[in-house]
Ligand binder design. Sequence first.
Ligand SMILES: *Cc1c(COP(=O)(O)O)cnc(C)c1O
Length: 399
Amino acid sequence: MNSGVTHLFTPGPTNIPEAVRCAMNVPAQDHRAPDFPELTLPLFADLKRLFGNETGRVFVYPSSGTGAWEAAISNTLDRGDRVLMSRFGQFSQLWADMAQRLGLDVVCVDREWGEGVPLQDYERHLADDKTIRAVFATHNETATGVTSDVAGVRRVMDATGSDALLFVDGVSSIASIDFQQEEWGVDLAVTGSQKGLMLPPGLSMLGVSAKALDGARSSTMERYYFGFDAMLETNDAGYFPYTPPIPLLHGLRASLDLLFDEGLPEVFARHHRLAEGVRRGVDALGLSLCAVAPEWYSDTVTAVTVPEGVDGAQVCRIAYQRYRTSFGGGLAKVAGKVFRIGHIGHLNEVMCLAALASAEMSLADAGAKVEPGAGVSAAQTYYRDTAPALATTTREPGR
Ligand SMILES: *Cc1c(COP(=O)(O)O)cnc(C)c1O
């Protein structure tokens, strides 16, 4: 059965708006041409606006988000530096693995998968250990559907007098959940193209504070491809040190236009409302979330705990094969125990209802005792109750 569309509810890659797809269909272009900066310079400026970064810069790399993780570390730290991290899901775990492999001395706080960045533990470590040079936070843990309080991390750093750099993984939050790099004192902020920016994978962006740019000059870790220096030399004039993925840059232009046209506060509010509908649907099915308390609930991804005796991987297999719906599976420690509904990027109410409908059928087929329709109904009620007022038309139809 191949008619209709395949429904994509993975928390990355996300659905690509038609305007973005069309914008990427460009003839081959010379990235050293004199008019190339007309494309790139406004992109650099608009990315700073997106990150809430006024006095630093945003670098764009041809890589997935993981590349910007590495760029952040390798440009600003030295081997053996002590850093404070926390692990509570696959993505926070992988970043900690990377930090270890790159030779950092990682102090890692492990939390239950379903919780987020532990502010009290961070405060204790920072108060006891004045050698910590960097603090890491995964803003939105995509594996568990948990959002953490980044401004709170900066608060505990300030409270303990720490002058460490603050590194934040914003891959599944930036452009979908409120993010304020400068206001929150974030020195290195990472994102990627295939999540809130609604693009294909292939670009990562790294927001860097003025302080981190300054420190980068004396950092001694090996780096080449991701080095800030060559980027700094070329970006100001609108160029790159090597060949950038030009069609993706055109797509990025279209994506930023969509985001700013809607308005960032409106984009964040839309994600919150759509997510809340999904959560109400899940609750009406009698299922619980992997996120252990409402303070952690993510507005871009909902990780649903499957009932005892039901295999989350089987739910995803059924959804894909029978109902042409892609959900995210459970990763690592929660493999088989959860499945994830991504509600990030280019999305509306009826798409979320489709996700719930498909999840209900797949869960029931996989043996869960859920009543198909109950989740959809709860979400419908919420979306109707919170629907915006109708636009007043100036013309009567037919006149
Ligand atoms: C997607 C994601 C990444 C990066 O993954 P890539 O596959 O390298 O783009 C990192 N952190 C989080 C929280 C993510 O959701």
